[in-house]
Design a protein around this ligand. Structure first.
Ligand code: BGC
Length: 762
């Protein structure tokens, strides 16, 4: 494949190919791995590149199963998604006792938002705008997972997505490269800690490299096509941030890039990843993504496996394309044994760094498994983190917070369903230990609150949809009563209540992998229920469960209070109650735009201006870039989120309006809590580069601070900006800044901002 690297990057990468000096620790590792590889047959080396799934292994079967046989023969490098110390110990036993070279296995899992103590889905974590809190959640996930034998995590997912039809937005970081990069870095730090060989740190995997979140029409696994300038400026930064943070592993994505699937794309896996970004770890494919290249139309298994290896893929997940064809490719000289050596070396290095050669049972400590998983301390932090992730979308008439007295009608198919609280990919969670919102409200509300309940509707009218949306033990327990009967019962409950809390939205499996939707509204059966509740005229709060931005245009127009709680993890039921009753003041901010209508997608705040922008203040103007039927605005912009108190931000003041070169520009403003409750505000700084050698976004998030203030309290907020904050990849993909005018904007979301313009010269 011809290189797609621009000339300057090629030169740069050739210049940097000089031998890098090694630390003594690296030298020791290289020596160890070289000595081991000298003893390995080609077949054993290929075996290290093989990662079968082993979700169904049970202890007794481990030694007799086909996988057991393969491990014994040295044909397996690692296993993933096995839960339980006994099972992991049993298969590790086979590797280190019965295989010729006794090379330990590496054990992976998707611990994407907590292990047994489940934290909010990653999109919810991003909504905290609190990297420290996110790092802490990842730290706890690592402590728990490593206590149960897992030393390799398939997280973080750094895929920017601007298409909420795609179900996997739930697993990601939202739409913004800057916020996304901070979240990704925090997760890598939390999982990996400072020393990978400690028994409570795990190797992280940044996925899905690359651009998986940009699949056409939001349909999972679909084609991606994108300019390089957009990749580098808008989609690559969170992956690169993970590399810069020292992530140990990268997972290739299912989609194609420039007509070559990522898993076999040499430009991506070698030129960008290794030459430009200096990635030193190993690359694993996604689940059967090597084999899927046959469906992409790239040839037979032998061809696509060789192509992937040559592209820079080191480990083959599940499909055994490497295991079954590489030997033959070496025989006919279509693969060089040195290419297999290189991949094998990278995998052995990872095992070395994890300390597995020293002690293959390092992550199998029964005592830790008993005392460090799902602890009260971890659950307390999960509860706090969940509360921080909730976003108050509206609160007209201050219906929230609720009083801890009177009668509350709690209604909806999701109000008493603990299985649906943890959210997608809660692989290690014990769903029976989660808490429903009803239970949380009873506990936190206390004895003076009378709670009445009604189901009100099924998840959706279509029973088949219900089935698809209730997989993996997360059923919403459909009832056979007629919709009218259920709604009437709910209305009767509402009439007897002082306030109604409707818990509606998506079930957890309506998002995540292979859960794309074309209609991203609340399902119709639940909307009908909501309309009937609105008609009662009772004060109404919508508690929204969702793994993606939804279209809530009707809801916004008719429901006074909406609290978006994502899927908040195992402690979410209590956290929702904490926020509804005002024990915690909500402070989450949207990491993704909520559109008014699905037809506006992709809709994102950092878009380009176009040659015919809609004039400010208008919602339609002929021959400008707009629609006939809906205006261009989002329903809730990126960065939006209310509080039980109010804040004001003063006009920004800058240290100079004519900064020069490397000078630091200071931007200051005063943030005041103008309400009666203590609360946190995320003050956001955006920049617009007014003139560039290429078109630039209308604004880009560059900094933010989350600040807590007592009622009436004021704080001076200061941001320092330098030319690094102005840099972007230009037409030649050179990363630099260009002098000129810049709008500096401060606000509480991406739309409501106060602007000051500076002129930055070289
Ligand atoms: C997903 C990955 C995941 C892998 C292993 C794939 O289907 O795309 O995100 O890590 O399975 O479970």
């Amino acid at each position: 494949m011809k290189s797609r690297l621009p000339m300057f990057l090629l030169l740069f990468s050739i210049m940097s190919l000089q031998v890098e000096s090694q630390t003594p620790a690296e030298k020791k590792m290289n020596q160890f791995v070289s000595d081991l590889m000298k003893q390995m047959t080609l077949e054993e080396k290929i075996g290290q590149l093989n990662l079968p799934g082993a979700g169904d292994i049970v202890t007794g079967q481990a030694s007799s199963s086909d996988i057991g046989q393969k491990i014994r023969q040295g044909k397996v490098g690692g296993l993933f998604n096995i839960r339980g110390l006994d099972k992991i110990r049993a298969v590790q036993d086979i590797a280190v006792k019965d295989s010729r070279l006794k090379i330990p296995l590496i054990f992976g899992m998707d611990v994407i938002h907590g292990y047994e103590t489940v934290f909010p889905i990653p999109l919810g974590l991003a909504a905290t705008w609190d990297p420290q809190l996110i790092e802490q959640s990842a730290r706890i996930a690592a402590i728990e997972a490593t206590a149960q034998g897992i030393c390799w995590n398939f997280s973080p997912m750094a895929d920017i997505s601007r298409d909420p039809r795609w179900g996997r937005v739930a697993e990601g970081i939202g739409e913004d490269p800057y916020l996304g990069s901070l979240v990704t870095r925090a997760m890598v730090r939390g999982y990996q800690g400072r020393d990978l060989s400690m028994n409570n740190t795990m190797m992280a995997t940044v996925k899905h490299f690359a651009l998986y979140g940009a699949s056409e029409a939001g349909r999972d696994y679909n084609t991606v096509d994108m300019s390089h300038i957009r990749m580098f400026n808008e989609y690559f930064p969170p992956y690169k941030a993970a590399i810069d943070e020292g992530v140990g592993c990268v997972m290739s994505s299912f989609n194609e890039i420039d007509g070559i699937p990522a898993t076999g794309n040499r430009w991506l896996l070698t030129d960008v990843l290794r030459r430009i970004w200096k990635f030193k770890g190993f690359v694993v494919s996604d689940y059967t993504s090597v084999n899927e290249m046959m469906n992409h139309g790239l040839g037979d298994l032998k061809t696509v496996a060789a192509m992937s290896l040559k592209a820079g893929l080191d480990m083959d997940m599940v499909g055994e394309g490497f295991l079954t064809t590489l030997q033959e490719s070496v025989n006919d000289k279509s693969v060089d044994p040195a290419e297999i050596d290189q991949a094998c070396r990278r995998i052995l290095e990872a095992k070395y760094k994890l300390g597995l050669f020293e002690d293959p049972y390092r992550y199998c400590d029964e005592n830790r498994a008993r005392t460090e998983v799902f602890t009260d301390g971890h659950r307390r932090i999960a509860r706090q983190t969940a509360a921080e992730s909730f976003v108050l979308l509206k609160n007209k008439g201050n219906i929230l917070p609720l009083k801890k007295s009177g009668t509350i009608g709690v209604i909806g198919p999701l109000m008493d369903n603990k299985e649906n609280m943890p959210g997608t990919w809660s692989v290690a969670a014990d769903l029976s230990k989660a808490t429903s919102i009803l239970t949380g409200l009873k506990e936190v509300g206390g004895g003076n609150v009378r709670i009445l309940t009604a189901r009100g509707s099924n998840l959706d009218a279509d029973s088949l949809f219900d089935e698809r949306a209730g997989m993996f033990g997360k059923s919403t327990r459909r009832e056979n009563r007629s919709p009218d009967e259920m709604i009437q019962e709910a209305v009767a409950v509402a009439i007897q209540s002082d306030v109604v809390v409707a818990v509606l939205g998506e079930s957890s499996e309506m998002t995540g992998e292979s859960s794309s939707r074309t209609d991203i509204g609340i399902p119709k059966a639940q909307q009908d229920l909501l309309r009937a509740l609105v008609k009662t005229g009772k004060p109404l709060v919508l508690v929204l469960l969702t793994g993606r931005p939804l279209t809530l245009t009707w809801e916004d127009a008719h429901v006074p209070s909406i609290l978006n709680v994502w899927f908040g993890g195992s402690e979410a039921g209590r956290a929702v109650a904490d926020v509804l009753f005002g024990d915690v003041n909500p402070s989450g901010k949207l990491p993704s735009t909520f559109p008014q209508h699905v037809g506006q997608i992709p809709l994102y705040y950092n878009h380009k201006n176009t040659g015919r922008p809609l004039p400010e203040g208008k919602w339609f103007s002929k021959y400008t870039s707009n629609y006939l039927d809906v205006d261009n605005e989002p329903l809730y912009p990126f960065g939006h989120g209310l509080s039980y108190t109010t804040f004001s931000i003063s006009d920004p003041v800058v240290s100079t309006t004519t900064p020069k070169g490397d000078q630091i520009l200071t931007v200051m403003a005063t943030l005041t809590n103008t309400g009666n409750t203590a609360g946190k505000e995320v003050i956001q700084l955006y920049i617009r580069d007014r003139v560039g050698s290429v078109t630039r976004p209308v604004k880009e998030l560059k900094k933010f601070q989350k600040i807590e203030l007592k009622p009436g309290e004021k704080k001076n907020v200061r941001f320092d900006i330098n030319t690094d904050d102005l840099k972007f990849y230009n037409y030649d993909l050179i990363y630099d800044w260009e002098p000129g005018a810049f709008d500096i904007m401060l606000g509480s979301n991406s739309k409501d901002v106060k602007t000051i313009t500076v002129n930055w010269s070289k």
